[in-house]
Design a binder for this molecule. Structure first.
Ligand code: NAD
Length: 505
């Protein structure tokens, strides 16, 4: 592992290098206006790599949310009557503007999330792909004509937008978790009130500035920023306000359960994209080098802070030692840790202190019960002067099956590698957790590919690849990883109600 030589960074100076200053918004956006919180309060946003303040934004509360919901409700009356073609044209303009501004959006994202600039601009393109995709999908939200069992009658099925949608997103994908929801909602004819993560509100506000420039009408998109302190009250309003007809949330399973419970009172439609604990299985017939290379991205992308990150790596005992060596060699060659804006860096800080404590605790508990660290395990030397939440890519062996590192999502750069002896055994261990978002395995046996893919209890399977996210495929999980799907043609259905007409001629 290499450590960046750029050991002092002034985050404010880096913010000032954003070329289009009007992308850096500190007010929230309600009914087509940039507004302060009703209370006048603001909260600070910091660069997780340096812990420097990079700005502050409006700290809204439940009364501001009510204003946003009212605006979204008024806008829904006209937005739902626009044609799919008109909505598609606006979404296309928004997409073009996001792509045209990807450099600034990437820099902004790196500064508020710590994500290396290459990954950040990659996320901007990925995020934009949902706006493009759903703009096109808007035109294909067809209904059905069903053959009626009764003579002289017709059965017609139509799809209609659900109404105002409340959206809550996490910090790890400050752009794409918003576009994946907002793109589908707007395409369907819904209007939205979005509460972005308090760690990363600037990316959401910049997206909104571009939506305004694209000509998305007032009230169709509303962004309500708030601090961690105001989050429970804002979340409560978004999940209990009767005007909101759907809640779409991405975040942890614990918060998802709370929000789903709150939404039950008014029987809202819900989409819950929650936590994972992905198994990554390397069978004895796998291409080991390819598996090791894919695991680098699958485990360490965004410093391990993605819901589909490999969490538990299982390697067949006959290739175990060779795989561990190949993988640790690759980490040493390829990983460059440092500030996300520094040249060559592909591994940044943890976004939150909370996340840092979680991995340190998981590591300690694994080691206390017999695990061995074969690489990493510390805060990296040489970056002390930068000041942020950095932690080395870490590989462990001899980790037991009952420690938190195995049973829970890590959401950080810890990589336990376990040994297994048979297909049956590894599938059982892979399925032994409460969540089921993504799973990965490497094998060149076509029979095994189908057998294992069919029995893994997850919503998404990567076979001989560690990269599965794309706008054209349904993203989502089973078990406690949530309900609903995002992206793909299935994604728009989450924002549509089905109405059926029985017409007697
Ligand atoms: P989190 O659940 O703590 O927070 C997610 C969001 O919810 C944040 O914006 C947070 O401020 C907000 N929130 C927290 N409490 C709330 C409340 N009472 N009411 C309303 N909002 C509330 O999760 P996190 O640690 O920020 O994010 C990481 C989690 O998100 C991981 O579990 C990860 O797997 C999951 N995630 C899932 C997907 C997916 O598509 N399935 C994608 C990204 C992240």
């Amino acid at each position: 592992m290499h450590v960046s030589k750029m050991t002092t960074v002034n985050s404010m100076d880096e913010m000032s290098k954003i070329q289009d200053k009007s992308l850096v918004r500190s007010q929230a956006y309600i009914d087509g206006n940039w507004v302060d919180a009703g209370s006048g309060k603001t909260f600070d946003v910091t660069d997780p790599a340096t812990l420097h303040k990079i700005g502050s934004v409006a700290d809204m509360d439940a009364s501001d949310v009510q204003k946003a919901v009212d605006a979204a409700s008024r806008a829904f009356e006209s937005w739902k009557t626009t044609t799919a073609k008109q909505r598609a044209a606006l979404l296309r303009k928004w997409y073009d503007l996001i792509i045209a501004n990807s450099k600034d959006l990437g820099r902004l994202m790196t500064l508020e999330s710590g994500k290396p600039i290459g990954e950040a601009t990659g996320e901007v393109a990925y995020g934009a792909s949902f706006i493009e995709w759903f703009g096109e999908e808007a035109k294909r939200a067809y209904g059905d004509v069903v053959p009626s069992p009764i003579g002289g009658s017709r059965v017609v099925v139509m799809k209609q937008p659900v109404g105002v949608v409340g959206i809550i997103t996490p910090y790890n994908f400050p752009n794409a978790m918003i576009t994946r929801k907002v793109g589908a909602a707007l395409a369907a004819g819904c209007t939205v009130v979005v509460r972005p993560a308090h760690e990363t509100p600037f990316s959401a506000l910049a997206l909104c500035e571009l939506a305004e420039r694209a000509g998305i009408p007032p009230g169709v998109i509303n962004i309500v920023t708030c601090s961690g302190e105001n989050t429970p009250a804002v979340g409560k309003e978004l999940t209990t306000n009767p005007t909101i007809r759907k809640v779409s949330f991405t975040g942890s399973t614990a918060v998802g359960k709370l929000l789903m419970g709150q939404a039950a009172g008014t029987m809202k439609k819900v989409s819950m994209e929650l936590g994972g604990n992905a198994p990554f299985i390397v069978f004895e017939d796998a291409d080991l080098q390819r598996a090791a290379e894919q695991l680098i991205g699958c485990k360490f992308r965004n410093s391990g802070q993605t819901c589909v990150c490999a969490n538990r790596v299982y390697v067949h005992e006959s290739v175990y030692d060779e795989f561990v060596k190949r993988f640790t060699d690759l980490i040493q060659q390829k990983m460059h840790v440092g500030h996300g804006l520094a040249e060559g860096v592909n591994f940044g800080p943890m976004i939150t202190e909370r996340g840092m404590h979680k991995i340190e605790d998981q590591l300690k508990r694994a080691v206390d019960s017999g695990a061995r660290i074969v690489l990493g395990g510390n805060r990296p030397k040489g970056l002390e002067s930068i000041g942020g939440h950095f932690f080395e890519p870490t590989v462990l062996v001899d980790v037991s099956d009952d420690v938190p590192m195995t049973c829970e999502e890590t959401f950080g750069p810890l990589c336990p590698i376990y040994k297994f002896a048979s297909e049956e055994e590894v599938v059982k261990r892979a399925n032994s957790v409460d969540v089921g978002l993504a799973g990965y395995f490497f094998s060149r046996d076509i029979g095994r590919v189908f057998r294992v893919a069919e029995v893994l209890e997850v919503g998404m399977v990567g076979v001989n690849t560690g990269a599965i996210s794309t706008e054209v495929a349904p993203f989502g999980g089973v078990k406690e990883s949530g309900v609903g799907r995002e992206g793909s043609h299935y994604g728009i259905d989450e924002y549509l109600n089905i109405k059926y007409l029985n017409i007697s001629l």
